[in-house]
Design a binder for this molecule. Sequence first.
Ligand code: ATP
Ligand code: MG
Length: 565
Amino acid sequence: MTEAPRESAERSERSLNFIEQIVEDDLASGKHGGRVHTRFPPEPNGYLHIGHAKSICLNFGLADKYGGQTNLRFDDTNPVTEDTEYVESIKADVRWLGFEWENEFYASDYFDQLYEFAEKLIREGLAYVDDSTSEEIAAQKGTPTEPGQESPYRSRTVEENLDLFRRMKAGEFPDGAKVLRARIDMASPNMHFRDPIIYRIKHAHHHRTGDKWCIYPMYDFAHGQSDAIEEITHSLCTLEFIPHRPLYDWFIDKLAIFPSRQYEFARLNLTYTVMSKRKLLQLVNEGHVNGWDDPRMPTISGLRRRGYTPSSVREFCDRIGVAKRENLIDVGLLEFCIREELNKTASRVMAVLDDKPLKVVLTNYPEDKREVLRIENNPEDQSAGEREVPFSREVWIEREDFMENPPKKYFRLFPGGIVRLKGAYIIKCDEVVKNEAGEVTELRCTYIPESRSGSDTSGINVKGTIHWVSVADAVEAEVRLYDRLLTVEDPSAEEGDFKEFINPASLLKVRGLVEPSLRSSVSEKPIQFMRKGYFCIDPDSTAERLVFNRTVTLKDSWAKETKKA
Ligand code: ATP
Ligand code: MG
């Protein structure tokens, strides 16, 4: 483990979650010789998402807490959807989250062993080759309340089954011509016990084993056995696998292999997004987003590009905890976690985000005068120091910080009104300049020389402070403002395709005029654009044009809006 998950005093005192309780009971009873060995088993068919982060934090966190180990195992038994691009991204994402695995394994490394297991079942009369079509098999399956029917191929002899299975492996049959099924109980109330398919024929190239195999094991026949081969003590998966557990145990029992045990926890579901890789892949392939790492995606790479930190994601996983019941977590909690952290760590800078900013001309400020103001980087952190911010006769402000006919209690700029330019001077708006279309183009103001921040002797009390950027020094940028990917909280509760609910305003690009201090800081460091939110630099940035992503707003504006509605 490169870095331990946050264990604040407060948190280490929290009560054990139910999985920790199981582990502690097992340790107390001496099961597995006091060993804890978990695994994180992604299928390399997509990029990891925040739901996977929960599973990663849980598996690596348990091993960390109890002095155990965690394997990274690629569950690569489906050659058609898997790819090495995904393998590399998964490794990078797990490491980014701050975890290091004990062993890197691939289920495909076990194909020979799994094949032997299958022959063993055949020899014991516990598996048979079925020539039925998938439709026939489905029709024979029965329903949870009605028993299924036995396949006409169920009583094949061991010799015949062995011969057919070897010929399946040798490539004699086309895809779908035959399957290998476990011979269990077609009347079992558990549908997974009704002679589940354990091998199918697929003449497909595998990203690791190439063309060696044309039969591939099914999930249920690969997963538990892989756990057993690696001597995993606690195999954690999500609740949908509860009905698979008896089958998991059945294979382990019949094959007499290491007794790994499966435990299930609630998967993470998050509001206003989708989390299945299949759906995320659709978003990518159909161009609804710009790739897996689009900052609107709930993928780890998307969150990273959005400006999330590993510690904020771990903090989130810690706060949501581990439950036995499905629930839907408010994405606001994820945003809260990053906001809290960035409040402490982000440098404050000024940026005017406006496609049509307003120019303020300080008529009593000498034309050739330049000042360099020193403004503190983070009021929450004295050690963050100060930076230099140039000030001159002309500054940009945002159009929304001025109103020609303001309502009562408007504390920003209006004709005759005063406001403080953050870190600089108090100014008074004397004159509004408009173009022929009647649009305000410029504000002519006077500044109060004695009101300079830090040495203000003016005695004037101003209610409003606005941010600004010196016209002569402003650096052009593109600023990307993100909002929820979907317009509905829970797309699974809605009728119709989830893509109908894509938020058309999920990405807004605006022009930014930023402080020159940012020109040199094309770095990983998080920043706060004062009054605007927390931002990070996007890899699309070039020397000529900086691109910023808004990680999160300063406050939870969404909660306010939904309350209003
Ligand atoms: P998806 O449905 O998104 O494709 P998956 O379960 O098929 O997910 P895998 O790559 O098989 O994805 O998952 C690897 C591990 O991550 C599994 O142990 C799985 O239980 C866990 N996992 C996947 N999604 C979530 C989630 N939303 N919350 C918690 N754990 C998850
Ligand atoms: Mg899966």
